[in-house]
Every structure is written in C-alpha cells, then in structure tokens.
Design a binder for this molecule. Structure first.
Ligand code: FAD
Ligand code: MG
Ligand code: MG
Ligand code: MG
Ligand code: MG
Length: 554
C-alpha cells in the first residue's frame, strides 16, 4: 500500500515538523465542490467526515434561497434576506473547508485536475479577467447548476431580463420602477406610456407565473399610491408555448391559476411561440399558424426553462456524452464514464436503470430453489431490495394505488388469488415491464438538488466504513458493486405563489390546497421540511427568518 508507506516514511522524519504537516494533509482525501447553490451547499452542510480536505470553488460567494427570488423583483422581500454568505456556512463547519471565489473553466478527469479562473482580476490589475490556476482533486462534486435557455431565439440576449440570480432580481426591480418613472414624464403620448408599461413574461412556468403575480400585487398596491396617473395603463402579458400555464402541476392548480390571472387582468396567451424580439417589439406565432404578430413592449422577462452551461457541455463532449441534454450519472450520482466524479442538481440527470434490464438476475435471486417459477413468498422476500434498487417500482405502485409489489404481479396474472400464483420468467418480465414506463427525469428543483446534496454527503460520511465493507449494509448484501443504496427522491409538494397572498400548493398524497392560507403553508412547509435532518438544512436559517419575519409583519 503506497499510501501507508508514505506515512511511515513521514513518521521517520517527524523532527521536521513541516514534513509531518505535509504527511498529515496528504493523508486527507481532497474533495472539490463546484458551486454554492442548493446542491453544493446541501452537500457541504451535511458533510461531517473530518478525513476530507474540502475545497469549494464558485464565482458566487453566497447561497441564494431561490424560491423567494421572484419576491425580490417588486420589493416584497429584500435581497439580503435571501442570501447566506459561504464564509458563514464554512465558519460553522468543524471539518477542513476552504473557499475560492473562482469559476471552473475545464475539468480534466484523466489527471484529476480542474482549471479555474478567479472571479475578478487579482495580480494583473490591467487585466479584466481573473488569473487562472489549477486544483487537484481525489473526488470532484459538480454542482454548477444550469443557465437560462434562450432556444437561440433572435434578440432574447440583449433585450430580455432573466431571473436566475440576485443581480437579476435587483435589475428587474430597478427596471420596473424606472418604467413607472418614465411613463410618468409629461412629454409622452398615451400610446408611448402604454408601450413602456407593457410587461411581458415569456414562459408560464413557476418563475414566470410568480413574477406576474408579484408584479400585479405591486401595481395594485404600490403603483396605485405612488403613480396614480398611470396605473390604468399597465398591461401584463404571459406568453406560453403549450396549452396551459403551470403545466407541471395538478390540473386543478392550472385551472385556478388561469382563472385568477383572468380576474387579475393578466393576459395569458397560450399556444404562442416567441419568434423574435427587437428593442421595441416582441413577435409571436400562434401554434399551427404561419402568421406572426408583433407587439410593442416595455420590458420582457424570459423564463422558458434551463440549458446546460458551457463548462458542462464541453465536459460532456470530452467524456462521450455529447448527445445528451444533461450530464448523466448513475443512481449513486456518479458521472457515467468517469471515476470519482459526482454530479447533482440542475446540471445533472440520473440515468435510472430499467427493471427489465435485470429481470433475469432478479428472477434468479428470488428463485432460491431454482424451481423456475416464482411464488408470492419468493418475491415478497426480495421485494424491499428490488424497490431500493429500482425506485420506479415505488412510483408505479403510488400511481396505480397498489399496496405492494405482489399486487402488480397478481394484476398481471388476471387478478388470480395470491396463494395460487406461480410466475415463469416470461410472465414476471411482462408484469414488471409496465413499471419502467412510469420513469421520469427528476425535475430541476431546489427540492431535488437539496436532497441529492444531503444524500451524497451521507455517502461521503460513510465512505471509509463502506470501503472496509464493500458489500454494504446487510439489506443490500449480494447486490455486489453497490456500496450505498441508490438516491431516492422524496417529493414534498410544489408551491406556486400567485400573487395577492394566494398560493396553490400540491402536496404528496394528492392533496391540493388553494387559497388564502396557502401562503402560510408555503413558508411553514419550507421551514419545517428543510429542518428535517434526513433532507438537509440548507437555507434553513433563511427560511426560518423569512417565515418568522412574515408573521411579524402582520
Ligand atoms: P444552483 O442553485 O443554480 O447553483 C449553482 C452554483 O454553481 C452557483 O453558486 C453558481 O454560481 C455556481 N457556478 C456556476 N458556474 C460555475 C463554474 N463554472 N464553476 C464553479 N461554480 C459555478 N425550486 C424549488 O424546488 N422550489 C421553488 O420554489 C423554486 N423557485 C425558483 C425560483 C427561481 C426564480 C429560480 C431561478 C429557481 C427556482 N427553483 C425552485 C429551482 C432551484 O433554484 C434550482 O433547481 C436549484 O437552484 C438547483 O440547484 P443547483 O445547486 O443545481 O444550482
Ligand atoms: Mg450548487
Ligand atoms: Mg441556489
Ligand atoms: Mg418558486
Ligand atoms: Mg438534475
């Protein structure tokens, strides 16, 4: 063991304290974390194994509680309330963590090295760009998030606002106020005022919808008092390419949101694609029509979904994933085709293995006496293992409201009595093939990123134990290469604040809540769920602060 040899050698020269210190640090595995967003910070907050030397690299030296970002755009929440400095987070850790304010510009998995550029010019003050440097790693955690996707629509870059970062929210806030000041100047025609006060939101997802709600609140409350002469000229338009806004939510929520927007006089244009944006006009095309309509606008927020950052695109090409949409990992969040590189959050997607791919192996494991058929007893014995390895089984059970694995099989057998069931491998395969059809990519949400960070930290906390005992905990013994159970997502619900203290909430167990109290629910759920140790405590301080702050304001 070369590592042990190195330590022994260092021990022999302990009189040299520097060499000793060197040996001590070289014993520690170097963990490099890219990003200070939900995924990266959740990992960091949950990591408590002092055998690592951790380095965080991110151009942003603070964490942002993104769910409240839309509330910053119109001044309901102050920007400083929803950020947490990374130095504060590090200070509270009792393990060795350092931070570099820099951007990773290239990953070299062959030499286990990353190339970085400081976020600002350091030594050469004439240079606009920061200095470049290299960092070695033993384990690399990629959590750089994603960027706004413009779908290469002409004119988006340069004419639209985005809403991803604190600076974006602050810029929007400034621009909203400026619009009202401009529209209040005496030398303008009514048409010109209307143009300036036409706010367009492209994309009817949660961010676009929340911003529209915030803006409507702002117009109804503050503008009415501050700019009473122009309030009636305001127009808010939401442009959505599909048939509904909030289409990832339950239909009841979509309907409620659409009718609330109608009452609020927010113009929702469904089935409408933006084709071009110029300095003064936005062009759209209705679905199935060739006619383009151009409308004057004052301000546009572009929020149509996410795309990968150049760093990730380059890395994917490098490791033969060039044709994918996001960096693929296995269910343990290990990047496919790379050793000791992990990826999580918005930059990555889990390539979930299908049950049918392993059907022969599962069958063999269940059929302990090699009889060639499975009975209920035989497959209930391995049920937990199967569910742990293939989370789509659980998902399928939930969606079909079946109680357990056995029900899936009895159903496939034409609802035969349980005691009489005997399945051949072919029948077993047919029964389980429907399960894979329920597989979906996890959404790009803070909830997923947060849980993935906490999960990965747990794996790292137990790394040593797992290396000593590569078969893993007894429950997974026999599954060979798997040292930890795969990542499992726990859906805690979704929230869509709609403005006017109205929030739609969709919680697990088909529970939909819409109305006045939902806003409270939203804050309290964030606060309490984030406090749940099994999920991780990222943003907890912020969430509590805001939640209490809210109560206080009332
Ligand atoms: P991020 O949180 O984006 O973090 C990425 C980090 O990587 C940042 O610190 C960034 O500076 C850093 N970085 C970027 N490039 C590099 C580089 N080259 N090298 C090193 N570091 C780099 N989700 C919910 O679940 N609920 C909500 O209510 C909700 N509301 C949202 C509202 C808005 C306005 C937005 C924009 C998002 C919202 N989301 C919500 C989604 C959620 O914020 C994301 O899914 C989540 O932030 C993803 O976490 P992440 O760590 O992957 O990326
Ligand atoms: Mg992150
Ligand atoms: Mg974030
Ligand atoms: Mg949100
Ligand atoms: Mg993801």
């Amino acid at each position: 063991n070369s590592n042990r040899g190195h330590v022994a050698h260092a021990d022999a020269i302990t009189s040299n304290s520097i060499a000793h210190a060197d040996a001590n640090t070289s014993k520690k595995k170097k963990v490099v974390v890219l990003g200070t967003g939900w995924a990266g910070m959740s990992f960091l907050k949950n990591l408590n194994n002092s055998t690592y030397d951790v380095k965080v690299v991110s151009p942003r030296n603070f964490f942002v509680f993104t769910p409240l970002l839309p509330s910053v755009t119109c001044g309901k929440v102050e920007a400083r309330s929803i950020v947490e400095p990374i130095r504060n987070i590090i200070r509270k850790k009792n393990i060795n963590v350092s931070y570099c304010e820099a951007e990773c510009i290239k990953i070299d998995p062959a030499s286990k090295k990353i190339y970085c550029r400081a976020a600002r010019a350091t030594l050469n003050t004439n240079s606009k760009q920061g200095e470049e440097f290299e960092v070695d790693y033993d384990y690399l955690i990629i959590a750089v998030g994603a960027q706004v996707n413009t779908f290469n629509t002409p004119g988006v870059e340069g004419n639209c606002h985005f809403l991803k970062e604190i600076e974006d929210a602050q810029k929007i806030r400034k621009n909203v106020i400026e619009s009202f000041e401009k529209a209040s100047l005496p030398n303008l025609s009514e048409e010109e005022r209307k143009k300036i006060l036409h706010f367009v939101v492209v994309g009817g997802g949660p961010t676009g919808v929340e911003f529209s709600g915030e803006l409507r609140d702002f117009v109804n409350e503050d503008v009415l008092k501050l700019y009473p002469t122009v309030q009636h000229l305001v127009k808010i338009t939401v442009i959505e390419a599909t048939d509904h806004i909030l289409n990832m939510f339950d239909k009841r929520i979509t309907k409620f949101a659409e009718s609330k927007f109608l009452r609020d006089d927010i113009d929702v244009k469904l089935g409408s694609m933006v084709t071009k944006i110029t300095e003064n006009e936005i062009s759209t095309k209705a679905k199935g029509s060739d006619k383009t309509t151009s409308t004057p606008y004052g301000m546009v927020l572009w929020s149509t979904g996410i795309g990968q950052r150049p760093l990730i695109k380059d890395f994917m090409k490098q490791i033969g994933q060039g044709n994918r949409r996001a960096l693929a990992t296995d269910e343990w969040l290990r990047v496919e085709g790379c050793d000791n590189v992990y990826a999580l959050g918005d930059c990555a997607t889990i390539n979930q293995r299908k049950v049918v791919e392993d059907i022969a192996e599962i069958f063999k494991r269940a059929d302990k006496d090699n009889s060639g058929t499975l009975t209920v007893k035989k497959f209930t014995d391995i049920m937990d293992d199967v569910i742990a390895r293939y989370p789509q089984v659980k998902l399928y059970m939930k969606s079909k409201r079946v109680r357990n694995f056995v029900d899936i099989l009895t159903e496939a057998k034409g609802n035969a009595a349980k005691e009489t069931i005997e399945l051949s491998i072919e029948e077993f395969k047919t029964a389980l093939s429907v399960v894979d059809s329920k597989m979906k990519n996890l959404p790009a949400t803070a909830q997923v990123a947060n849980q993935q960070g906490a999960y990965l930290a747990k794996c790292f906390n137990r790394m040593e134990e797992c290396e000593k005992n590569p078969e893993g905990p007894p429950r997974f013994r026999g599954t060979g290469r798997h040292r930890f159970h795969p990542f499992r997502y726990r859906h805690l619900g979704q929230f869509a604040p709609l403005g006017g203290e109205k929030t739609a909430a969709q919680l697990p167990g088909d529970w939909v809540s819409i109305g006045h109290s939902s806003q409270w629910l939203w804050y309290s759920i964030y606060a309490s769920k984030l406090a749940d140790k099994s999920i991780g405590g990222v943003g907890l301080d912020t969430a509590f602060y805001l939640w209490e702050g809210r109560q206080w304001n009332l």
